[in-house]
Design a protein around this ligand. Structure first.
Ligand SMILES: [Zn+2]
Length: 581
């Protein structure tokens, strides 16, 4: 028995919430767009696979700004998913301030490359500390560029509410550690923003630690992570000093010598995780790094990039180390290993790695072709890390495919071209439309198809399956579709729908002659008085109106503003399994 998907519902979700978009200007090259935005050309290229020739952009064509780069390499989404409320709040706050005051106007934090003209205008220069000009060994041009960069930092810091003393100290350190790259600028601003609410004595400690860091972005990002940790915030000044000293002495630590930049960044991230920083953390992290040494070079890079992106999260590191030692991984073909490690890097979260490891144990996954493995992997990565919804429903849904005892499986099916169907439940098999999810090693794009597939179709169809729903000309079937929609709504939004949302996104559509649900609802409602009565009672519970055979169509179309609750109360909870347990 097949149950149709909610694909035709045309939900009101729109656009991509994460990524910005810019337009190519006449004659602009991709590298020029990158420097205009203050992001790396590589990242921009990666986010825009549609661009054939990076040196010949079509004027006015849209260019996606990679999410991680929109905000200057900050990882807002991931910061939230690690559950550190205060730190992620600060991150968002920082981003909001930065984005508003910097990146949206011409005084953006776009570092000008050395060969580009200096930015015009110089408001606020009066209070600039006496640093940039006339440093020996640099050309006038280089000194001008540093001055321009510091000027931007100065303006940004002021808008972020960083104190004048901290600002002066920050600028001195930046000026003394050339070149002043965008990475140095943003990491410094982040650190001082995170520290700005500490006591003056504590802020002085942070100033000193920053000085010792030589403004090295990896080092400063790790310091920022430590400073943002509630354990640090709540520690005594003496403890803070001890911890920051441990960081300060790292530069001389022989264990860090000989590490690549990425490896060093991993160690720094681990050391800053879950304070106090300890020597054990350095050793165990180097163990994790070494565990990847037998991987193919490209895979090893993915492995290390994932560890770096996870900012030293010990749970992520432990899970990833375990995964690459698992025979189910080691026996994969080379391209399949790359697919797995691409997604553990794209979703740098301990939960995603654990679930991907569970996926590898499933026979149906092992039997999939490479392209379908890629689809399954990225879907599991996305669902494992989506924190804006109902984690209980999402985890239950994942368990239905990943639990060792589960016999349910996913099958990526070829539907007719341009089919609007996302998927169907067919017994224990969830058939999904392979054309809706790209087969590659990128992260899932944040678009309509992705959202509909992962948070709409999958929980929806699983719910049908768990409730044994069957298409029939009854109120019961209408209710089954309402329930499956209700569950996927909660999975996506983390709350029950309101009466208005229920009417607009499901009930009204099921009772709309244009929907394919209609023949069932129509026949049930019109031909069988007993069934019809149940429809009327249900519509009454949603709208607060008295409903009968004469007025039900008008009630369905009525303005929620005229309902007693204005449509704002929670919609009725359907009977049956409503959390995919
Ligand atoms: Zn359905």
């Amino acid at each position: 028995m097949k149950i149709g998907s909610s694909a035709d519902l045309a939900p009101d979700w729109e656009g991509s919430p994460e990524s910005g978009v810019t337009q190519a200007q006449a004659g602009e090259k991709l590298s020029e767009v990158a420097s205009r935005l203050g992001v790396s050309t590589e990242a921009l290229q990666e986010a825009n696979p549609q661009i054939g020739d990076p040196d010949k952009l079509i004027p006015g064509s849209e260019i996606r700004i990679p999410a991680a780069e929109v905000s200057g390499s900050f990882r807002s989404e991931d910061a939230q998913s690690t559950g550190k409320a205060s730190s992620s709040y600060m991150e968002r706050n920082f981003e909001a301030s930065m984005m508003k005051s910097m990146l949206s106007n011409s005084s953006a934090l776009n570092f000008m490359p050395p060969n580009s003209p200096s930015p015009t205008g110089s408001g606020g220069i009066a209070q600039m500390p006496p640093v940039a000009p006339g440093v020996e060994g640099y050309s006038d041009k280089e000194n001008e560029d540093v001055k321009a960069a510091l000027h931007k930092v100065y303006n940004a810091a002021e808008k972020l509410g960083i104190s004048h003393d901290d600002l002066v100290s920050m600028l001195h350190t930046l000026a003394g550690n050339r070149p002043v790259t965008p990475e140095k600028m943003t990491s410094a601003l982040r650190l001082f923003f995170m520290a700005k609410d500490l006591s003056p004595a504590d802020r002085k400690l942070v100033d000193e630690a920053f000085k010792k860091s030589h403004a090295d972005p990896d080092y400063v990002n790790a310091l920022k992570k430590l400073v943002a940790d509630p354990k640090f915030t709540n520690a005594s000044t003496q403890t803070k000093k001890d911890w920051l000293d441990k960081f300060g002495n790292l530069a001389q630590n022989p264990q860090l010598k000989g590490l690549s930049d990425t490896q060093r960044s991993i160690v720094l991230g681990a050391l800053a995780s879950d304070p106090p920083p300890s020597a054990d953390k350095i050793s165990s992290t180097i163990d994790v790094i070494n565990a990847g040494k037998d991987l193919a070079p490209g895979d090893r890079k993915l492995y290390e990039d994932g560890l770096k992106a996870a900012e030293g999260d010990p749970a992520y590191a432990a899970n990833l180390k375990k995964l690459i030692a698992d025979p189910k991984f080691t026996h994969l073909k080379p391209a399949e290993k790359t697919a797995v490690l691409s997604q553990t890097k794209n979703y740098p979260d301990a939960r995603a790695v654990a679930n991907i490891d569970r996926l590898l144990q499933k026979g149906w996954f092992q039997a999939e072709s490479l392209d379908n493995k890629q689809r399954s992997l990225k879907m599991v990565g996305k669902l494992s890390t989506y924190d804006a919804g109902d984690r209980g429903i999402i985890d239950n849904t994942l368990d239905k495919f990943l639990d060792p005892s589960s016999h349910r499986k996913i099958e990526w099916k070829q539907y007719p071209k341009n089919s609007t169907i996302f998927g169907e439940a067919d017994g224990n098999t969830l058939e999904l439309n392979r054309d809706k999810i790209p087969a590659d090693n990128n992260k899932l794009p944040e678009d309509y198809n992705t959202k509909e597939m992962t948070l709409g179709t999958v929980p929806h169809e699983v719910n049908h399956n768990l409730n044994g729903d069957k298409v029939s000309e009854t109120f019961k079937y209408f209710q089954a579709e309402y329930r499956a929609w209700f569950v996927s709504f909660k999975a996506e939004h983390g709350r029950a729908p309101t009466n208005q949302e229920a009417m607009e996104q499901n009930v009204g559509w099921q009772l709309n002659p244009k929907s394919w649900y209609w023949p069932n609802a129509l026949k049930a409602a019109m031909k069988n008085p007993k069934e019809a009565e149940q429809f009327y009672r249900f519509l009454e519970s949603v709208t607060g109106q008295t409903v009968n055979a004469k007025n039900w169509r008008d009630v369905v179309k009525s303005d929620p503003a005229t309902w007693p609750d204005k449509g704002q109360s929670p919609a009725p909870v359907p009977p049956g399994n409503v959390d995919n347990h």
